[in-house]
Design a protein around this ligand. Structure first.
Ligand SMILES: Cc1cc2nc3c(=O)[nH]c(=O)nc-3n(C[C@H](O)[C@H](O)[C@H](O)COP(=O)(O)O)c2cc1C
Length: 341
């Protein structure tokens, strides 16, 4: 996928890994809106992949392809094992988390603290590459704490590409591990896109993707002038309708017109999926909680959200609730903000 993208000059658009957000239901929903985007799982710790309930942790729907599993850890042996298990489940890519500023970084087990250990990260990538034939990629920051980002990002990139990584996705801000919460670390440290553009100049034959603070497809297109891929997190989750414009963008559409999703088809697919989930013993809200932002900017959206937040957690809730919520939407109303912004 990455080598083909580099050879053909085709760009990759990805929806970021997000804990508690990009679970399999969310990814199934996003896939109804875009066929071409690369979707990422939430981060799964290598030990959990090896010792946990694999079907629960790793199971996904075939329609989610292309889908990448993100793994957290710092033990090359365990990461190799976890990567092999992930690839065996059918994931199209295995990604190593070198960007998450979670509480557990204090114990040095995974995430952004690995920015300080580029050689170890290189060893982790090498072990993962040895274990699988699908692409192995890294998602990182530009540095942590007092690191000089220019030096830290170069060191990580040299090591991971030296170990055969197929791509690097860079969240273009430092993580301040000492003092900021994970949430603050997604907003407070300033974004530095230029450093990622320079990384691409330094590694012209390698796949470099950018992430962080991209709010719209127009902004994504701007970044794609300098790098090979763009990854959206919160904007895609909160305003999923923007994903409907991605396939046209990747097919080379030059005019950025607003592409409105085929809402009725999306609701139909999701109602069918949700009903199956409910009949299998799941809760409707586990599916619909990811859909609350679908009609942002459209008349009736508030009532739609209200129905989803109140009626989907009732014990007898079934997928008809989705149709009831959809009935509140005035599709001829204001469509501003759907996907161009
Ligand atoms: C709720 C939430 C959970 C996240 N979980 C992960 C994660 O599991 N792994 C990871 O690499 N990044 C995680 N991130 C960071 C995102 O992948 C992304 O790097 C960050 O949100 C910046 O991109 P954005 O500005 O487009 O949202 C998370 C972000 C959010 C909002």
């Amino acid at each position: 996928m990455y080598s083909r993208a580099l050879e053909s000059g085709k760009k990759i658009f990805a929806v970021a890994p997000m804990m508690d957000w990009t679970d399999k239901h969310c990814r199934y929903f996003h896939r109804q809106l875009t066929k071409k985007s690369l979707l990422y799982t939430e981060m799964v710790v290598a030990e959990a992949v090896i010792h946990g309930d694999r079907n629960r942790l790793l199971g996904f729907n075939e329609t989610e392809h292309p889908v990448a599993i993100q793994i957290g850890g710092s033990d090359p042996g365990k990461l190799g094992q976890a990567a092999e298990i992930g690839a065996g489940f059918g994931y199209d890519e295995v990604n190593l988390n070198v960007g998450c500023p979670s509480d557990r970084v204090q114990s040095g087990t995974f995430g952004a603290c690995l920015m300080r250990e580029p050689e170890l990260v290189g060893n982790c990538v090498a072990a993962m590459k040895d274990a699988v034939s699908v692409p192995v990629t890294v998602k990182c920051r530009i540095g942590v704490d007092e690191q000089d980002p220019e030096i830290a990002l170069s060191a990580i990139s040299e090591n991971v590409f030296g170990s055969g990584a197929d791509a690097i996705w860079v969240h273009a801000r430092i993580a301040w591990l000492d003092g900021l919460s994970p949430k603050e670390n997604r907003d407070v440290p300033p974004l530095d896109y230029e450093i990622v553009y320079r990384l691409k100049e330094k590694f012209p034959c390698r796949f470099i993707g950018i992430n962080g603070g991209v709010e719209s497809l127009n902004q994504a297109v701007e970044h794609l002038r300098y790098v090979d891929g763009v990854m959206l997190g919160r904007a895609a989750y909160r305003n999923p309708a923007l994903l409907a414009g991605v396939d046209a963008l990747l097919s080379g559409g030059s005019d950025r017109q607003i592409i409105v999703p085929e809402f009725e088809k999306v609701i139909e697919a999701m109602a069918e999926y949700a009903q199956e989930h409910v009949e299998g013993g799941g809760r409707l809200s586990q599916v619909t909680r990811h859909m609350t932002g679908l009609f942002s900017g459209t008349r009736g959206a508030r009532m739609y959200r209200q129905i989803l937040s109140t009626r989907t957690s009732r014990p007898d809730a079934n997928a008809n609730v989705l149709w009831d919520a959809f009935a509140c939407i005035d599709l001829n109303g204001n469509k501003e903000g759907l996907n161009a912004a």
